[in-house]
Design a binder for this molecule. Sequence first.
Ligand code: FES
Length: 68
Amino acid sequence: MYVCLCKGVTCGAIRSAVQEQGAVHLRDLSRNLGVATQCGKCACAARQVLKDALDCSGCCGEASEVAA
Ligand code: FES
């Protein structure tokens, strides 16, 4: 599902950014994927997908580190 229509970013892309690039903040997604850098309407949804990905403790086969 698309989270950021302006930049064409999907939840899968956000999960990948967390697992492969170590994204832990919305600003990481903005820098790496361009999320919330245009209209900004996706910021809330992007934060939720980011939180869900960070809370995932191996349920999808990939453990992700959570920032302290
Ligand atoms: S929908 Fe993400 S910046 Fe517009």
